[in-house]
Design a protein around this ligand. Structure first.
Ligand code: UDP
Length: 469
């Protein structure tokens, strides 16, 4: 094969852990399924969490591999407990990354914007390797953020709970100051990583948010290539995606198989956010009163020591078979796509939101931090496939959480979505239709499929023009 027609080589440099790492691994795998040579750049501590899925892809003939960067700092980056935040410093990877780029000179590198040093480091190498940014959000949230930042509508209201309308959007979107991220520096990081970049890849699909994809593209060269979670096709990929699950897939499937279709509420707040113990108790009371079957991922909230109340609750739920509580990492995709699941109580992290949408599941929205309040608006006000639990205050990941939603609000939201009423059924139908669109988008000829092909073709054209390789 001559150099011009040899496969395109793409580097993927995900952020460390959780909601940013997971979709970029899927994206690297997706591009490999299109015939690209994909390389995922990681570190000794983080690579094991996704190595098996890469090995499975290699066995099925895809050109994908992991490149481990060994920093001089023996501590690696924090610990690999999936709780990296936008302030986690990864700059010890700068020297080995530059060395790798100089050696391999791929056709492009896709990097997470939270490696905030990476944009300058890559650009200053002047290697002519296009730098593409992954920002982890959908287009709607990006448009809301950009318009809040440019028009500053929050400065026109007198109190933190007084609503204001976000200008310049096709839908009427109201927010309050209490829901806005308290750290404008994250928006600055995003902006900075986009300056001088070749383009942006977005984990979304055109049909989900067409007006916002168009609006986003007015200011950004972008390829909309999701939902990338759909590239997890076999049970093994879904079962341990991101981390080893705390429950085996057969137990969870047996439990779900024993429930009627659309009856189970899945409850998870993602990989980072924490809830206060009093909040956990309020949720428990609300769920019990709702009488609805549920699977609830509580992660390590009790750090091994349950309160007396919660132990009793867990015991009761086990006996009555009303609820299954997962103390650790859950196989979220496997659960969401099961026919018994009829609702998802979510913190509205973008991946979870998109996974709910893709599986055709309506939501109870409970945003906490990051851009989650914007995602809530997309679900409830634009797509109209969710009910709000009533969370009002943006909370930083480094602040001690407090209870903000009472048991009655939890019970009411669960009954509204899951109680068999017309509103819940309509939302479920709408969600199902959008889920079908998501699947079509990644099939041959679909919008996301074609966007991925367009990026690959553009990289091929560049190579041809530069006479490189
Ligand atoms: N996830 C999972 N099991 C868990 C918790 C989370 O598989 O127990 C996955 C979930 O499917 C999603 C990601 O972790 O892909 C969380 O990303 P999201 O953007 O929703 O939230 P974040 O963790 O970044 O707040």
């Amino acid at each position: 094969m001559d150099s011009v027609s040899s496969p395109i080589e793409m580097f993927f440099f995900p952020f460390v852990g959780g909601g940013h790492q997971i979709p970029m691994i899927d994206m690297a795998r997706m591009f490999a399924s299109h015939g690209v040579i994909s390389t995922v750049i990681s570190t000794p501590k983080y690579a094991p969490s996704f190595r098996e899925s890469i090995v499975r892809d290699q066995r099925s003939g895809h050109s994908i591999s992991i490149e481990i960067l060994c920093s001089t700092d023996a501590a690696d980056i924090s610990d690999a407990n999936m709780s990296a935040t936008p302030v986690t410093d990864t700059s010890m990877l700068e020297v080995p990354l530059k060395k790798l780029l100089l050696q391999r000179r791929p056709d492009c590198i896709v990097h997470d914007m939270f490696h905030h040093w990476a944009a300058d480091a890559i650009d200053n190498l002047e290697l002519d390797v296009p730098r593409i940014v992954f920002n982890g959000n959908g287009c709607f949230a990006s448009c809301v953020r950009e318009n809040v930042s440019s028009f500053k509508p929050h400065e026109t209201v007198n109190s933190k709970y007084e609503p204001f309308v976000v200008p310049g959007l096709v839908d009427r979107i109201e927010l309050t100051r209490s829901q806005l991220p308290a750290f404008p520096f994250v928006a600055d990081i995003m902006q900075k990583s986009k300056e001088n970049c070749y383009g942006v890849v977005v984990n979304s699909f055109y049909e989900l948010e067409p007006a916002y994809v168009e609006q986003f593209k007015e200011h950004n060269k972008a390829w909309i290539v999701g939902p990338v979670s759909l590239y997890n096709q076999n049970i093994a990929d879904k079962a341990d995606r991101g981390k080893k699950a705390a429950i085996d897939e057969q137990s969870i499937l047996n439990w779900l198989n024993s429930k009627p279709s659309n009856s189970v509420l899945f409850i998870s707040f993602g990989s980072v956010s924490r809830l206060a113990q009093e909040q956990i108790n309020e949720i428990a009371h609300g769920l019990q009163a709702s009488n609805q079957p549920f699977i609830w991922v509580i992660r390590d909230v009790f750090r091994g020591e349950r309160t007396e109340f919660f132990s009793g609750f867990e015991e009761k739920m086990k006996e009555s078979k009303q609820g299954l509580i997962i103390n650790g990492w859950a196989p979220q995709l496997l659960i969401l796509e099961h026919g018994s699941v009829g609702g998802f109580m979510t913190h509205c992290g973008w991946n979870s939101t998109l996974e709910g949408v893709t599986c055709g599941v309506p939501m109870i929205t409970w945003p906490i931090s990051a851009e989650q309040f914007y995602n809530e608006k997309l679900v409830t006000d634009v797509l109209k496939i969710g009910v709000r639990v009533g969370s009002l205050d943006w909370l930083s990941w480094n602040v001690e959480p407090r209870a903000s939603v009472g048991r009655d609000a939890v019970e009411a939201a669960v009954k509204r979505l899951m109680g068999g009423g017309r509103e819940g059924a309509e939302m479920r139908n709408k969600a199902r239709v959008i889920g079908e669109m998501a699947k079509k988008a990644v099939e041959g000829g679909g919008s996301s499929y074609e966007n991925a092909v367009a990026l690959i073709n553009e990289l091929k054209d560049r190579r041809r023009m530069n006479g490189r390789h």
